[in-house]
Write a protein that binds this ligand. Structure first.
Ligand SMILES: NC(=O)c1ccc[n+]([C@@H]2O[C@H](COP(=O)([O-])OP(=O)(O)OC[C@H]3O[C@@H](n4cnc5c(N)ncnc54)[C@H](O)[C@@H]3O)[C@@H](O)[C@H]2O)c1
Length: 404
């Protein structure tokens, strides 16, 4: 079984890839290393041979980098933002340049010696996607723009990646007769606000911000490819994840890092918005069940079973780190902020036998410990990644320190 994991350098994707590799599976990652993608998340499986960068992304072509030291990479990219980001993102990693026309051969050859091949590129690139798709048995599509706040500032990339990118993957997938399953990672946010019961898979969707609307469009497009073309798809709607390697813009890592730095913790409005927290290790285990046993054309919620007000989570983090609650700073609420998300995952538990592990508090403590033990990982982002500082300034203005 060869897995094509899109977005495998992001938070949930990298946790899933690390799990698959520990189980001796073979994985091809396709990831465009946006601000949220990070090769360090999967670094223990990377060496100088298995990072492939299509030559279309290099101004100097052909380029040979085998003679360079493993700690350097040529940065003679053109001056567009994407190329500068590529230089930043691959710094410290040794990669290979490959022609798109021969990328399938390169990947196939390398798969004889490596269990992971990382391909730099976007899911909207139909040439690249069409070259990789026939090589795999299972696709798991994590690739997406994922931050609600960023979608409010600039929805454009959300439509391009989350909707159009999913379409490109589906088109390539329907030409591959041997593909066993296309698993699409959707989100609990497609249901919109939960005012009463916890949502089941048969509840209507009602997204209320550009992120959740683009995810909802992709979710239904994937379903349509099953109904129209018989594509073997399964759709997954997890609730709010937390755990190691989460980019420091989502609630839990933001609050942990701010508390560790004795900086004000920005809490939207009264902080009483409710989220259902799901530990990323549970997501990964649930995905194992869904990939192997999940029904074709079916949707599966993955709930956390841990509904908590944001302010409770923030207080717990402060207590655990022995920091004062005076660090909490209430700021203006997010526009269209959904008050509560709530999922029912009886279908996953009863039909596929899934069980959650550990309590929310234990898992949150382990996550806090991970951020304590991995300061270099997040310091590099908040101190040298211009994507991070520019977003913090654009979204929070002067009310919140970008972390420099
Ligand atoms: N984090 C959560 O709480 C949560 C909850 C429910 C669902 N989800 C969904 O799970 C998936 C993964 O979420 P995450 O939190 O790990 O996201 P993330 O933002 O941490 O990572 C996204 C990854 O996708 C890559 N990517 C973005 N655009 C791409 C493109 N055009 N082509 C290829 N790669 C691209 C990024 O480089 C990054 O590695 C997403 O689809 C998200 O909507 C996340």
């Amino acid at each position: 079984m060869i897995y094509l994991i899109t977005g495998g350098a992001g938070f949930i994707g990298s946790n899933y890839v690390n799990h698959l590799l520990a189980e001796n599976r073979q994985v091809i990652i396709l990831d465009s290393l946006t601000y949220a993608g990070n090769l360090e998340n999967i670094s223990s499986h990377l060496n100088y041979e298995n990072i492939l960068i299509p030559t279309t992304h290099r101004r100097l072509s052909p380029i040979s980098i085998e003679d360079e030291s493993p700690q350097t990479i040529r940065v003679e990219y053109d001056s567009s933002t994407e190329k500068n980001r590529l230089a930043f993102k691959t710094k410290g990693f040794h990669s290979r340049a490959v022609n798109v026309e021969s990328i399938a051969d390169s990947v196939q050859t390398l798969l004889q010696q490596h269990s992971l091949i990382f391909v730099y590129g976007s899911i909207v690139d139909s040439d690249l996607v069409s070259a990789l798709m026939p090589l795999c048995d299972i696709v798991v599509n994590f690739a997406a723009e994922t931050h609600v706040d960023r979608s409010i500032l600039n929805p454009d990339e959300f439509i391009r990646t989350d909707v159009y990118g999913t379409y490109v993957l589906l088109e390539a997938a329907r030409k591959c007769e041997n593909l066993k399953k296309f698993v699409h990672i959707s989100t609990d946010e497609v249901y919109g606000v939960a005012t009463g019961h916890s949502f089941t898979e048969s509840d209507p969707i009602n997204p209320r911000n550009p992120y959740s609307a683009s995810k909802a469009a992709a979710d239904r497009l994937v379903y349509a490819y099953n109904q129209t073309y018989n594509l073997p798809v399964t759709i997954v709607r997890p609730s709010n994840n937390f755990g190691p390697y989460q980019y420091p813009e989502k609630l839990i890592p933001v609050m942990i890092i701010k508390a560790l730095r004795d900086e004000p913790l920005p809490v939207y409005g009264d902080g009483r918005q409710i989220r259902d927290w799901l530990y990323v290790n549970d997501t990964v285990r649930a995905l194992d069940c869904i990939v192997s046993e999940g029904g074709i054309g079916e949707v599966y919620n993955i709930a956390g079973g841990n509904e908590r007000e944001n302010i409770e989570v923030v207080r717990f983090i402060l207590q655990t780190l022995n920091k004062p609650e005076t660090l909490i700073q209430h700021i203006k609420d997010r526009p269209g902020h959904d008050r509560r998300y709530s999922l029912d995952d009886t279908k996953l538990c009863e039909e596929l036998g899934f069980r959650h592990s550990g309590s929310f508090e234990e898992n949150l403590k382990s996550t806090i410990q991970w951020y304590l033990d991995n300061r270099e990982w997040w310091q590099r982002i908040i101190e040298s990644d211009s994507d991070y500082t520019e977003f913090i300034q654009a979204w929070y203005g002067s009310t919140v320190n970008a972390g420099k």
